[in-house]
Design a protein around this ligand. Structure first.
Ligand SMILES: [Zn+2]
Length: 105
């Protein structure tokens, strides 16, 4: 049986990341360590597939914040201004950094 992975997004730091599919719906963010339940699965498949997908999603996130998506995650509006704080360069670096981290996991 092939191991299945999910592409999940942390509600707190909004980083996309790959997690192994488990019966348990709870997971912990690899970036900020926030414990949370699976709210939305952004993709699924093999580890390689998911890592690829995560790279793209994190890159896209660096390019532009998707308003609808952010609104869905925003409970009090704080996250909206949070999204504007990031400059393209730093986001790209964070994305690249996390790609390395996620590759190793
Ligand atoms: Zn996080």
């Amino acid at each position: 049986m092939v191991q299945e992975f999910h592409v999940l997004r942390c509600f707190s730091c909004k980083t996309f990341q790959v997690h192994q599919v488990k019966k348990d719906k709870r997971w912990r963010c690899k970036l900020c360590g926030e414990k949370q339940s699976i709210i939305k699965v952004y993709g699924e498949g093999t580890g390689a597939d998911c890592r690829h997908h995560v790279q793209k999603l994190n890159m896209m996130q660096g390019d532009k914040q998707t308003g609808a998506d952010l609104a869905a995650w925003s409970t009090d509006g704080q996250q909206l201004s949070d999204g504007a704080r990031s400059e393209e360069d730093s986001l790209q670096q964070v994305a690249l950094y996390w790609m390395d981290v996620l590759m190793l996991s």
